[in-house]
Design a protein around this ligand. Structure first.
Ligand code: ADP
Ligand code: MG
Length: 247
């Protein structure tokens, strides 16, 4: 991993509880600029909670998070800025149904960032081309397939020009034949140098696109390494068991 410099994101020993339930147990993770990190692990191991703590949708009770070297304090003024730096794509796309595809994509830049409409339209059309939907700017979400909707959601997140993109099982609600078109767009993004943290059960994506694979188990990182190491040579028994069951 020596090709990467200072971490863009540093998660330092975070602890997260929901009531009595201890979900993240002193977990640390550095993500370098330009790095694609894929997080795998069983359901309930805390993957979504980790992503949600990284972009402060949830506030961890212990530990620190740094973005670009800045210790992020969980106060609104800071968080509004930090959340813009972290694009997030969820399992469910949550597009605005009453807005066209292009309107969905430019809503954030225009209304949150105050970008002039004309500039936002140009950016939006460029991003729609990037996700292979250049012929759909005026279409409404109801007319799109799940894979197309998710690609709009990616374009919408990119429109905020984030420093990092977080993906939480972006293809797990899709019909199998639509998974590839979404992961293909994400793979391209990674190749272009976007910093990404991706939770997915699609192991071929991890093999092809990840610089590093992180295996989470019961709120900690049990094992991490290159895809080659994790998939061909996992050391931990629990990693082996997980992979056996999923592959
Ligand atoms: P994963 O994404 O790996 O499946 P999650 O981060 O969603 O795991 O969940 C980790 C644990 O935290 C699970 O036991 C889950 O039930 C619990 N959990 C997640 N979100 C909440 C919440 N908002 N309130 C209470 N418990 C939660
Ligand atoms: Mg989850």
């Amino acid at each position: 991993m020596t090709r990467f410099k200072e971490p863009l994101i540093r998660v330092e020993a975070i602890g997260k509880w929901y009531g009595e339930l201890h979900v993240l147990k002193g977990l640390s993770l550095d993500v370098a600029e330009g790095e694609v990190v894929v997080i795998i692990g069983a359901s309930g191991s805390g993957k979504s909670t980790l992503l949600r703590c990284m972009n402060f949708l949830e506030i961890a009770q212990q530990g620190k998070i740094y973005l670009d070297g800045e210790h992020i304090k969980p106060i609104n003024k800071v968080l509004n800025r930090v959340r813009q730096d972290m694009g997030m794509v969820f399992q469910h796309f949550n597009l605005f149904p009453h807005m066209s595809v292009l309107q969905n994509v430019i809503e954030g830049p225009v209304h949150v960032k105050g970008m002039p409409k004309k500039e936002a339209r140009e950016l939006g059309l460029h991003l729609l081309e990037k996700v292979g939907l250049e012929d759909k700017p005026e279409t409404y979400p109801a007319m799109l397939s799940g894979g197309q909707k998710q690609r709009v959601a990616i374009a919408r997140a990119l429109a905020m020009q984030p420093k990092v993109m977080l993906f939480d099982e972006p293809t797990s609600a899709l019909d199998p034949e639509l998974v590839g078109e979404v992961l293909g767009v994400m793979e391209e993004l990674g190749k272009e140098g976007m910093t990404m943290v991706v939770v997915t059960h699609e192991m071929w994506f991890a093999k092809e696109a990840a610089h590093r694979v992180v295996f989470m188990d019961e709120g900690t990182i049990l094992e991490e390494g290159t895809p080659e190491k994790i998939f061909s040579n996992p050391v931990e028994e629990r990693t082996q068991a997980f992979l056996k069951q999923i592959l």
